[in-house]
Design a protein around this ligand. Structure first.
Ligand code: GAR
Length: 208
């Protein structure tokens, strides 16, 4: 069984998609937030999942907040930390501590449109497609090895909300799958590329 801690900042629909997927060998041990009012916390509590919030406004620095959050996360002994709409820029110490065991979902086709307002920026650039990326977290914002990407069209009269809704449906498919792939040990990071090992490959390696 792998312990999973999920970090959210708001409604938590991606967190819900992971919980609802009932991923084999995945134990969702806690849902944590920097925002005490995050709607997703109540949803998780109702399902008997441990929740807690540390308000980042209560901390003097980004470093102090991240150190406290790391202590809170580590109390749950996670094998994987999932940033599911966690709207915080992370310190190098946090990223190093969870290296290769922390993944993030970002609402763009990285490396395009890191940061905020991704869908509006894609519309403004005349992009024909938008999407989402699930990637390992490194010290460089929205830049770690890519696990999965999903693509949707941008139609001529789309607003950013239209694109966000279309992308969100894909996020809800890809994020539980990425968690399942991590839990089953199928993801191998080779430089900036994530190789998906099939179960057959793993068995062959065990026999070798
Ligand atoms: C999602 O669209 C996710 O891709 C995005 O926040 C939304 C959270 O929705 N993440 C980021 O922008 C991270 N930089 P949710 O709370 O309903 O899962």
């Amino acid at each position: 069984m792998k312990n999973i801690v999920i970090l959210i900042s708001g409604r938590g629909s991606n967190m819900q998609s992971i919980v609802n997927a009932n991923i084999p060998n995945a134990n969702i041990v806690a849902v944590l937030s920097n925002n005490p009012d995050a709607a997703g916390l109540a949803w998780a509590t109702e399902r008997g999942i441990a929740t807690a919030a540390l308000n980042h406004k209560d901390f003097a620095s980004r470093e102090a907040f991240d150190q406290a959050m790391m202590l809170l996360i580590d109390a749950y002994e996670p094998d994987l930390v999932v940033l599911a709409g966690f709207m915080r820029i992370l310190t190098p110490a946090f990223c190093q501590h969870y290296a290769e065991r922390c993944i993030n979902i970002h609402p763009s086709l990285l490396p395009s449109f890191t940061g905020l307002h991704t869908h509006q920026r894609a519309i403004d650039e005349g992009c024909r497609v938008a999407g989402c990326t699930i990637h390992f977290v490194t010290e460089v914002l929205d830049n770690g090895a890519i696990i999965a990407q999903g693509v949707v069209p941008i139609l001529d009269n789309d607003t950013a909300d239209d694109v966000a809704a279309r992308v969100l449906a894909v996020e809800h498919q890809l994020l539980p799958q990425a968690v399942a792939d991590f839990v089953s040990g199928s993801l191998k990071i080779v430089g900036k590329r994530v190789i998906k090992r099939h179960q057959a490959d793993s068995s062959a390696q065990m026999l070798a």
